[in-house]
Design a protein around this ligand. Sequence first.
Ligand SMILES: Nc1nc2c(c(=O)[nH]1)N[C@H]1C(S)=C(S)[C@@H](COP(=O)(O)OP(=O)(O)OC[C@H]3O[C@@H](n4cnc5c(=O)[nH]c(N)nc54)[C@H](O)[C@@H]3O)O[C@H]1N2
Ligand SMILES: Nc1nc2c(c(=O)[nH]1)N[C@H]1C(S)=C(S)[C@@H](COP(=O)(O)OP(=O)(O)OC[C@H]3O[C@@H](n4cnc5c(=O)[nH]c(N)nc54)[C@H](O)[C@@H]3O)O[C@H]1N2
Ligand code: SF4
Ligand SMILES: [Mo]
Length: 681
Amino acid sequence: MNAYVNEKDGVFPSVCSLDCPDMCSLLVHKKDGKIVKIEGDPTHPVTQGAICNKVRNMPARIYDPARLQYPMKRVGAKGEGKFARISWEEAIETIASNWRRLIDSHGAESILPYSFYGNMGSLNAEGMDRRFFHRLGATRLDRTICQAAGTVGYGYTMGGSFGINPEETVESKLLIFWGCNAVSTNMHQVMLAEKARKNGAKVIVIDVHKNQTGRWADWFIPVLPGTDAALALGIMHILFAEKLVDEAFLRENTVGYEELRSHVQSYDPATVSDVTKVPVEDIYKLARMYGTTSPAFIRIGNGPQHHDNGGMFIRAVSCLPALTGQWGVKGGGAIKGNSGYAAMNSYALERPDLQPQRTRRVNMNQLGEALLELDPPVYSLFVYNCNPAVVAPEGEKVRQGLAREDLFTVVHDLFLTETAKYADIVLPASSSFENLDLYTSYWHFYMQLQQPVIERYGESKSNTEVFRLLASAMGFDEAPLRDSDEEMIRQLLNYPQNPFIKGIDFETLVENQFVRIQGDSRAFFAGSLPTPSGKIELYSKQMEKAGYSPLPVYVPIKEKETYPLLFVSAPNHNFLNSTFSNNEKHAALEKLPRIYMHPDDANARGVVHGEKVRVYNDRGECELTVFVGDNVLPGVTVTQGLWSNTTGTKQLVNSLTPSRLSDMGGGATFFSARVEVERLA
Ligand SMILES: Nc1nc2c(c(=O)[nH]1)N[C@H]1C(S)=C(S)[C@@H](COP(=O)(O)OP(=O)(O)OC[C@H]3O[C@@H](n4cnc5c(=O)[nH]c(N)nc54)[C@H](O)[C@@H]3O)O[C@H]1N2
Ligand SMILES: Nc1nc2c(c(=O)[nH]1)N[C@H]1C(S)=C(S)[C@@H](COP(=O)(O)OP(=O)(O)OC[C@H]3O[C@@H](n4cnc5c(=O)[nH]c(N)nc54)[C@H](O)[C@@H]3O)O[C@H]1N2
Ligand code: SF4
Ligand SMILES: [Mo]
């Protein structure tokens, strides 16, 4: 198994572990036992030899002198960042003794794990950690920060995370990127679109910001943040009115199309234009292009879903390909997410049965409230694969909570992140290149095994190793807490319920650099969708039961209008969420944290291009550099990137974002924020 690690020189197969839909297959070049170069695997049908700049520069991160090498304990104030080296024995014993003390005095629910997908590997993201915290009886975390609202909204229409195979989009004639900054966040979808374009396809981008993806489009349509559901309903209005719908497809494959037909009459183009700021003639042009071009594909992005009404937006837009029958056409349809095809035995992996009793749950979007207000309180936090001090909303509350003297915090990471600065104990994490793990994409149709290619950096350990050590220190002797990584992968793959992964076992994955998942969206949509009716549900009784409108509707965002400017804090090109924000090379490529403003708004405040300004609301403040231009609508501001602080906390954009939950799935509402901007004193 460790064959690659023992070889000092050569080129070895690997896979990207970052939270990115592309899940690239990589070739890692080693010299003297170290990674010197990373490139894309040219034989992988989706990677096609190309990877992003972030990961081409990954060796700089892997061997960054600031990378954590050994466990440490805090010797300064919380947040100050002063630590002293300790041994693994001392680190694990300190954690175990603190937890025993807390369990005796407050019960195990006073302990809260906090993690996300800093490493997408099945084992290191949701393997031994889940087993351990289940056995411990800790509070459970609802992992809602990314796509929760949209997943629920899409599920109401389609039954699960099933879209088309992106490789088919080379055949599309129209590609709509709806709230998806694909040039930065899904570059291989852009490569596929470029192939389609060579055959005459047109690319439309609908976004609140004419960013790198908007500039690449044939037609960029700016929309007011949080109003996309209205636009989708306006398109439906025109499709029905102008008989651009596929009546035969609707009859055979959907339920509720008659109800939808009369429902969308109220979303006339004039009303929709008022709400969205998209001109009436553009709404007509868009609807007609969509209704008359085949194959037409929609890449549904994460952006519009990070609003109060995010679930309902995805619910609405996922109805469009059914109206035009595009699900039935190769290269037509949509992708919101495709994780459904790769479903595996998560019960066997996570072992919820190890829980002594059902424990309480905390929504990760409300970490600040959980640390400051929850009763009974949280007295210990264990953070891994995540950097909540930077990425979670209501950042001021989060950092106040992390600063609590009576909170015992452990952070396991590769770097001394903002969050780690508040830890009592910091543990060094190995990189994904040092671990065995299994990777599946939430967009393309391949899975891949990562076999370790380099030795552990310093004294670092993988997540699975850390939780095995903790289990043993806590005296837990259940067998699942001792399973090896290989055993866990075998248990995960053992899932005959999912025909798409039939025949894929550990051996297949060792023998092949990547393995195709046998999903076929078209065979699947014909009456056998996992919705209650087996069909696409344009009218959803399930939604009605859950208290929603059974038909898609537009509901405005909830942010009070105390502050005049809408504020969208989206991801940037050279970071992956906050990952890379602390690596010099990546930060230098990104230059500086900006705020894009319309000239009218800048003039009204007397601020000029290139000037540093104070951005504030009741939640907090931020200092960003103004970029004036018409790449945003009046009344809208946009910033990109989750920067770590280099000047106090003044670059942490989540100081300004709400921790309100979205309409569905307890999702995040990062982009439904409002701010004011003023000149620095
Ligand atoms: N380079 C890079 N790649 C990444 C990431 C990263 O940080 N950097 N993050 C990864 C992760 S975890 C995720 S979830 C994905 C996210 O990738 P995407 O699916 O692209 O989602 P976002 O980048 O969050 O937002 C996409 C776009 O939505 C726009 N937007 C915001 N609000 C609205 C709205 O109301 N309506 C419309 N139409 N547009 C709106 C934003 O301006 C942005 O351009 O990317 C992954 N890939
Ligand atoms: N304002 C605003 N906020 C946002 C977003 C936004 O668009 N705007 N996007 C949101 C979205 S979509 C997401 S997904 C979240 C993401 O938020 P996070 O999940 O916090 O993602 P990262 O910031 O990339 O942090 C991941 C951390 O995991 C660490 N890590 C990597 N591999 C391992 C490992 O194997 N073991 C351990 N122990 N640690 C590891 C990395 O070093 C890094 O510090 O942010 C959300 N926050
Ligand atoms: S971050 Fe995305 S595009 Fe870049 S190498 Fe990883 S999977 Fe590929
Ligand atoms: Mo995400």
